[in-house]
Structures are given as C-alpha cells and as structure tokens.
Design a protein. Structure first.
Length: 249
C-alpha cells in the first residue's frame, strides 16, 4: 500500500519493568518501510489506561499515519500489505521443521563419528532423534497431549492412562535406539506404540474421515491429523522391524 505520510506516530508501552515486544516490532516495520517514527512512550500503567480510554482501543501499540489511526501491530501489517498469521490455522510447519532438524542432526552425528553423512546408521539416528524430539514436545505438557490423543488413539480411548504413558515410552525407545542398547526393550516398545498409532490414525483419517488435530508434536499444536502424522508411527514400526531383522539375520 502506498504510504499516506512519511511520518508515523507510534504509541507503545515502555515501562521500567516491561517493554512491549509488539511495540518494538511495529517500530521496526515502520522504519523498514521508510517512515519517520514519532515514538511516543507510555511509561506507566496509568498512561496506558488513559491512552486506551481516550482513543477507544483495547490494546497497545497503536499507530497513527496521516492523522488517522491504523491500529495495532496486526492492523499495521495489513496496512503495509503483509500477511497476518491466523493462530488457529492448521499447519504442517512444526512437523516439517522437526524432521528437517533431526535429519540435519543425524547427518552431523554421522560426519562426527565416521566422516559420512549418508549411511544406514545416519538413517537410524534420524528416526531415533525424531522419536526423542517428538517425545520431548509431548512431555512439555503431558496432560494436554493425552487429552488431544484421546480424540483418535484406539488404545487410549479404551485405557485412558495410555495417553500419559505414551510420550515416556516413545522417549525411552528413542534414547535406547540412539545408544544402540537394550534392543530387547526398545524394539517391542517402538513396535507396539507405532503399530497402534498407525492403525488409529489410519482409521480416524482414511476410514472415518474425521478432521482432527494431531497430538504428535504436543497438545498445543495445530498440525492436522493426516499423512505426516502417520509418518511418525510408520517410522517407529520400520525402525523396530529393521533392528529386529538385524538381530535375527
């Protein structure tokens, strides 16, 4: 959008114990678009409340351009033609970011150990690291994860404590697979939870056609339950079967 004026007036909270992060972001946006910013600090709670009452707004920061109020940080982004994220929109980004990072971690580990970034061991580390990080995200708030998990997991719906046990079991199996230790424990655990998870996701998504959020990256995620969600469980099953075959053959 063309600039209404070369000068913008920004009212934001700058207090001894708090500097509003959205105020800083708004100031940066304006300056990066070439505006000269008249930076008005609201230094006390009383000043903040008086400002909001005067202008009939519920939040700060507030930007004014050409004598007209643009609004808060999100309103400013829209005014400048920038995208505003929907906090309730579903996204695969958390899972894609996780798998990308664990893949890089596995390749880095392979390079550090034997100088190669592409090997069977690197693939094993990738799956094991992914299991560990996925478990970590679930363990941040086990109760929220377990509650979301109940929406689709077949075993958790029949035995509620399974939802609480799951992230610990996933983390344990992942750590043991990273270490290459106690195969008698890691293999059956990964095979058990991975198989139940895969069947549960497949039934919910492809048979029942339900539109749900996946609990795979924790209870606060907006990741849709679907193909990528199924990948977590399929990887665990594949890893368990691979390790079992190596032991037997």
């Amino acid at each position: 959008m063309p600039k209404v004026s070369a000068t913008a007036e920004l009212h934001r909270m700058v207090m001894p114990g708090h500097v509003c992060p959205y105020g800083l972001k708004a100031k940066y946006l304006l300056e990066s678009r070439g505006y000269t910013v008249r930076d008005r600090h609201l230094a006390t709670r009383a000043e903040v409340e008086a400002f909001k009452a005067e202008h009939g707004v519920a939040t700060t920061p507030q930007t004014f351009i050409g004598g007209h109020r643009v609004g808060g940080h999100d309103d400013l982004r829209r005014f400048l033609g920038l995208k505003v994220a929907d906090p309730h929109a579903t996204s695969y980004r958390p899972v894609l970011a996780l798998f990308s990072m664990t893949a890089v971690m596995a390749m880095a580990t392979g390079f550090a150990v034997d100088g190669t970034m592409l090997s069977v061991r690197v693939a094993e580390w990738f799956i094991a690291f992914s299991m560990c990080v996925l478990a970590l995200l679930k363990l941040q708030n086990v109760d929220k994860f377990a509650t979301m998990f109940l929406n689709y997991d077949l075993l958790a719906q029949r035995w509620v404590p399974y939802g609480t046990i799951y992230p610990y079991a996933e983390g344990l199996a992942g750590v043991l697979m990273v270490a290459g230790a106690l195969h008698w424990l890691s293999i059956p655990v990964a095979l058990f939870i991975g198989t139940i998870g895969a069947v549960s996701v497949f039934k919910a998504v492809y048979i029942d056609r339900r539109e749900l959020k996946c609990a795979c990256v924790g209870g606060d995620s907006n990741v849709p339950l679907g193909f990528i969600s199924l990948t977590e469980n399929v990887m665990m099953v594949a890893m368990a079967m691979w390790m079992l075959a190596r032991l037997v053959l």
